[in-house]
Design a protein around this ligand. Structure first.
Ligand code: NAI
Length: 333
């Protein structure tokens, strides 16, 4: 008998890649466009598995509701899992799997792409040229070569990002709770303290997961230590940055540029077409007015390769639940 899987927050590309993956025909899919939360959990009735993404919210109340409906597995089609109450899952004996490394390159390349765009003001140049405004006024950037890039978090994505920056001839320094000294020395990268990284870096790029220790990692205190004119890139999780502090430091001119693929309050906003609606988030609205802030809506993962890998790992784990085989290595939380 095939397993029933409810896929939440489904977008056309999720559906396309999940259905194209090997063994997809052995699964009974139900694609839902809304997010899974405590309020919508009732919709999982009859499902063995729920497949969720970054902005679904599986807290204890939601998890209890899923358990009552017979859900046995939560399959995250992403790497981050800050939106899932793992303790509740353990207590309720619901398995949780994720896709730990679908394509670090996808996220790292987007990180560097955003940095290049905000530095060389490509977002502004693109709009100007379309208006036949060929003036270069205000578009001065800086060479990346010989600048100091601080990578906070040298896991899968941080490591690829650091190597790309080395390719630009940048001086790359890093901070991680669990450093990888061999990797660093073989790539010409130096681990320093967090304080030293904040003080030395011309560019700071965040690559840690969101947890209690990293929540608001960049705040009034830490931003005050950064170099005047620093450029900040965040493609990890929005809550790593205290948005109100960031706005203060942007307004004072201390922070020279910001490139974000994630935003503290992105839930319910990112991934949706809200054009024509009144944006209710004042801080986001303000950020969008700054010429030196560039935002994308959590799309760093969005490559063909990453989507195919997410679908492969997710489908394989669902099939393994049915055949009572162990889940793929490193995917169980
Ligand atoms: P990873 O688990 O491979 O690496 C995370 C690194 O952060 C580890 O080396 C860990 O030791 C370090 N770390 C943890 N706590 C720390 C702390 N308090 N201070 C300093 N370092 C700390 O994770 P991965 O796969 O590299 O992902 C990094 C981030 O990227 C995650 O937040 C993930 O959610 C996000 N992400 C964003 C995507 C997007 O589309 N924008 C897509 C995929 C991941």
């Amino acid at each position: 008998m095939s397993l029933k899987v409810s896929v939440y927050d489904t977008k056309p590309y999720d559906r396309e890649h999940l259905l194209a993956s090997e063994n997809a025909d052995k699964i009974e899919w139900r694609f839902l466009e809304f997010r899974l939360t405590d309020e919508t959990a009732q919709s999982a009735t009859g499902s063995d598995v729920v497949c969720v993404f970054v902005n679904d919210k599986i807290d204890r109340a939601c998890m209890t509701s899923l358990k009552n409906q017979g859900v046995r597995l939560i399959a995250l089609r992403c790497a981050g899992f800050n939106n899932v109450d793992l303790q509740a899952a353990k207590e309720l004996s619901i398995s949780v799997v994720r896709v730990p490394a679908y394509s670090p390159n996808a996220v790292a390349e987007h990180t560097v792409g955003l940095l290049l765009a905000v530095n060389r003001k490509l977002h502004r140049a693109y709009n100007r040229v379309r208006e036949q405004n060929f003036s270069l006024r205000g578009l001065v950037g800086f060479d990346l070569a010989h600048k100091t890039v601080g990578i906070i978090g040298t896991g899968r994505i941080g490591k690829v990002t650091a190597k790309i920056f080395r390719g630009f001839d940048c001086n790359v320094i890093a901070f991680d709770e669990y450093p990888s000294p061999e990797w660093a020395s073989s790539n010409g990268i130096e681990y320093v303290s967090m304080e030293s990284l904040l003080k030395q870096s011309d560019i700071i790029s965040l690559h840690t997961p969101l947890n209690k220790a990293t929540h608001h990692l960049l705040n009034d205190t830490t931003l005050a230590l950064t170099k005047p004119g620093v450029t900040i890139v965040n493609t990890s999780r929005g809550k790593l940055i205290d948005t109100s502090s960031l706005i203060r430091f942007l307004k004072s001119g201390h922070v020279g540029g910001v490139a974000l693929d994630v935003y503290e309050e992105e839930e319910g906003i990112f991934f949706e077409d809200l054009s024509g609606e009144i944006l209710q988030d004042d801080e986001l609205a303000l950020l969008l007015t700054f010429p030196n802030v560039l935002l994308t809506a959590h799309q760093a993962f969005l490559t063909e390769e990453a989507l195919s890998e997410i679908a492969r790992v997710t489908t394989t784990n669902i099939i393994r639940l049915a055949s009572q085989e162990p889940f793929l290595e490193d995917t169980t939380l």
